[in-house]
Ligand binder design. Structure first.
Ligand code: SAH
Ligand code: SF4
Length: 410
C-alpha cells in the first residue's frame, strides 16, 4: 500500500502536532470574580487590587476587544508582561473566511486542543440586514441530535464548546468586521451601541445549546454584561430543538429570548423530523413554553418551522400550528428548507410557503419568511458542518504515516 501525505497542508501539520495542550489558560470566558481570582492565584496582582484590575481587563477585553496585552496602555508594562506570561487572550485561528454575494459572511475558526483532545473547527455566520446585523453562533462541534433535515445532524458530536470558544466567535467576528473601537479611542470610553455591525446574536449555529447549558449561560451573561459587550438580552436568541428540562432555567438564569425548533404539529411527524421529540413530546414542550419566565406580548417566543415539500407544508398543517400555539405570545418563523448534498428533502414551493404564511398571518401571528442567506457558501440554517470530520480522517492518515515511518505508538 502506498500512502502519501502532504505535510505542507495546515490540516496535516495540525494533525501531526496534536494532541498538544493549549499552553496558557484563557482569560476570555471567566466571570469577573473568576478573573480577579485568577490574577491573584497567578501571584501577579495583590488581593486588594484584584477587583480593580479585573474591571480594567474587562474593559479591554470586551469593550475595546483587544487580543494583545501590549495594547492595554493604562496598565503598567511589568504587569502586562506578567499577564502575557500567565494567560492567553488570543483569538482562534481563522482557517477560512467566505463572503456570499448577498453580504453574508462565514468563518471557519480553529480552536486549540483542550487537554488531551484535538483541535476543533467550527463555523460562525454573519448576516447583515437593513438596520441590524446578526451573528449566528455555534455551541457545540457537531450535535448529538439527528434532526433528519439538518446537515449538522449528520455530524457526530465532537465536543461541547467552552464559554471562551463561544465568546471568541463574537469577538473574532467583530474583529473581522471592524466592529470594535479603534486604538485612538481613550481608555474607559463608552462606545455607543448604535451603528454596531453585530447588533444581535442567535445561538442557531452548530449544536444544541441546551446540551451545553453552563458554558452557554456563562458566555451569554458575559455577552450581555452592561460594562462589556453590552448586548441587550432582547437581542440575544437561543434556539433549542426542545430540551424541555432546561427551558425554564434558560429564562430564569440567562433571561434571553427563546426560539423553539418546532417544525411539526403532531408527535408522529415530529418524532421523525426532530427525534428528541420522542423523549420530550409536544405536550411537554408546549407546557414548558407557556411557563417560560418573562413571556409576554413584548417578549414572544419564536417558533421556527422549516418548510419541507409535501411533508409539513399543507394548509391543514398551518391550521394545526395555529391551534397548537393558541394563547402563547408567539412569532412564527417560516424557514425555507436549505438543501445540502445528500438530503432527501426538498424545499416547499414558493406559492405554498406564501399560502402557509398568509394563513398564519390571518390568524394574527407575525410570520416572517426567513429569506435564505448565504446559500452559495453553505452558510444558511442547517447547512453548517465543519471540517472536523474531514480532519479526523486527516489525523488518521497522519497517524498511519507516522507509524509507517516508525514514529508512532501503536
Ligand atoms: N440546535 C438548535 C439550534 C441550531 S439549528 C436547534 O435545533 O434549534 C437553527 C435552526 O435551523 C433550527 O430551527 C433548525 O431546525 C433549522 N434548520 C436545521 N437544518 C435546516 C435546513 N437544512 N434548512 C432550514 N432550516 C434548518
Ligand atoms: Fe442539532 Fe439543531 Fe441540527 Fe437538530 S437542528 S441536529 S438539534 S443542530
Amino acid at each position: 500500500m502506498s500512502l502519501s501525505l502532504d505535510l505542507t497542508s495546515p490540516d496535516a501539520r495540525a494533525a501531526l502536532a496534536c494532541p498538544v495542550a493549549a499552553e496558557k489558560p484563557p482569560l476570555i470566558g471567566l466571570t469577573r470574580p473568576e478573573l480577579a481570582e485568577a490574577l491573584v492565584a497567578a501571584g501577579i496582582v495583590p488581593e486588594k487590587q484584584a477587583k480593580m484590575r479585573a474591571s480594567q481587563l474587562w474593559h479591554w477585553l470586551y469593550v475595546r476587544g483587544v487580543s494583545d496585552f501590549s495594547l492595554m496602555f493604562n496598565i503598567s508594562k511589568d504587569l502586562r508582561t506578567a499577564l502575557d506570561r500567565h494567560f492567553s487572550i488570543a483569538r482562534p485561528e481563522v482557517v477560512e473566511e467566505q463572503n456570499s454575494t448577498d453580504g453574508t459572511r462565514k468563518w471557519l475558526f480553529r480552536f486549540p486542543p483542550r487537554g488531551a483532545g484535538r483541535p476543533v473547527e467550527i463555523e460562525t455566520v454573519y448576516i447583515p440586514e437593513e438596520g441590524r446585523g446578526t451573528l449566528c453562533i455555534s455551541s457545540q462541534v457537531g450535535c448529538t441530535l439527528t434532526c433528519s433535515f439538518c446537515h449538522t445532524g449528520t455530524q457526530k458530536l465532537v465536543r461541547n464548546l467552552t464559554a471562551e470558544e463561544i465568546l471568541a466567535q463574537l469577538l473574532s467576528a467583530r474583529d473581522r468586521l471592524g466592529d470594535f473601537p479603534d486604538r485612538d479611542t481613550p481608555a474607559g470610553a463608552i462606545v455607543p451601541t448604535e451603528g454596531r455591525k453585530v447588533s444581535n446574536i442567535v445561538m442557531m449555529g452548530m449544536g444544541e445549546p441546551l446540551y451545553n447549558f453552563e458554558a452557554v449561560k456563562k458566555a451569554l451573561l458575559i455577552a450581555s454584561d452592561g460594562d462589556g459587550l453590552a448586548l441587550s438580552k432582547r437581542r440575544i436568541t437561543l434556539s433549542t430543538s426542545g430540551v424541555v428540562p432546561e427551558i425554564y432555567r434558560t429564562g430564569e438564569e440567562i433571561g434571553v429570548m427563546l426560539a423553539i425548533s418546532l417544525h411539526a404539529t403532531n408527535d408522529d411527524l415530529r418524532d421523525l423530523l426532530v427525534p428528541i421529540n420522542k423523549k420530550f413530546p409536544l405536550k411537554d414542550l408546549i407546557a414548558a413554553c407557556r411557563a417560560y419566565p418573562g413571556l409576554s406580548n413584548a417578549r414572544r417566543i419564536t417558533f421556527e418551522y422549516v418548510m419541507l415539500k409535501d411533508v409539513n407544508d399543507s394548509l391543514d398543517d398551518a391550521r394545526a400550528l395555529v391551534a397548537l400555539l393558541k394563547g402563547i405570545p408567539a412569532k412564527i418563523n417560516l424557514i425555507p428548507f436549505n438543501p445540502w448534498p445528500g438530503t432527501n428533502y426538498q424545499c416547499s414551493d414558493w406559492e405554498t410557503i406564501e399560502r402557509f404564511a398568509d394563513f398564519i398571518n390571518n390568524a394574527g401571528y407575525a410570520s416572517p419568511i426567513r429569506t435564505p442567506r448565504g446559500r452559495d457558501i453553505l452558510a444558511a440554517c442547517g447547512q453548517l458542518k465543519s471540517e472536523s470530520e474531514r480532519m479526523r480522517k486527516v489525523d488518521r492518515l497522519a497517524l498511519e504515516a507516522m507509524m509507517i515511518a516508525g514514529h508512532g505508538e501503536a
